[in-house]
Design a protein around this ligand. Sequence first.
Ligand code: AMP
Length: 172
Amino acid sequence: MEYVKSKIRDVQDFPKKGILFYDLTTAFKDPRALQTIGRDLADLYRGKGVTKVVGIESRGFIGGSILAFELGAGFVPARKPGKLPADTISCSFDKEYGKDVIELHRDAISPDDIVVIHDDVLATGGTMAAVYELVKSMNPKKIYINFIIELSALNGRAVMPTDAEVTSLLAY
Ligand code: AMP
């Protein structure tokens, strides 16, 4: 993971002043770092019977797809409003300024599923908490929550559901 860490680029003042943005594109473009991220994510969940990985738009699609492939599970996208073509369920959540909405297909998860919800970065946790609510409403057997990076200072853990195991590969 030290190698992966060395490939993550910090961008000051993106997308606005005062935010230190952890840019994973520089790790994803590096073959060794990408392979390490994929293997280490999968190692967390091997043998747990995971049947679906939910990836959160858009940066969660990358690690989420690799994780699903490695585990032999299916992949489900959680998307911004109006992007999914069939019947959806949606959840709104607070952002730093105003509100946002996230959607899943209504038939994406079934009660016999064991689910990992994946995103690249845990910041305030609002996005993940909303996706968790949607997945939970479809009554799967178990839900795990996963990030590549956790920004400890923003304390997103505080809004994570108490009944889900939350794991991240790297903490800053
Ligand atoms: P959250 O505040 O946890 O709801 O963060 C929402 C999304 O914004 C996450 O999916 C991350 O991809 C992204 N994000 C928020 N803050 C950062 C940051 N400092 N660096 C990189 N990505 C971030």
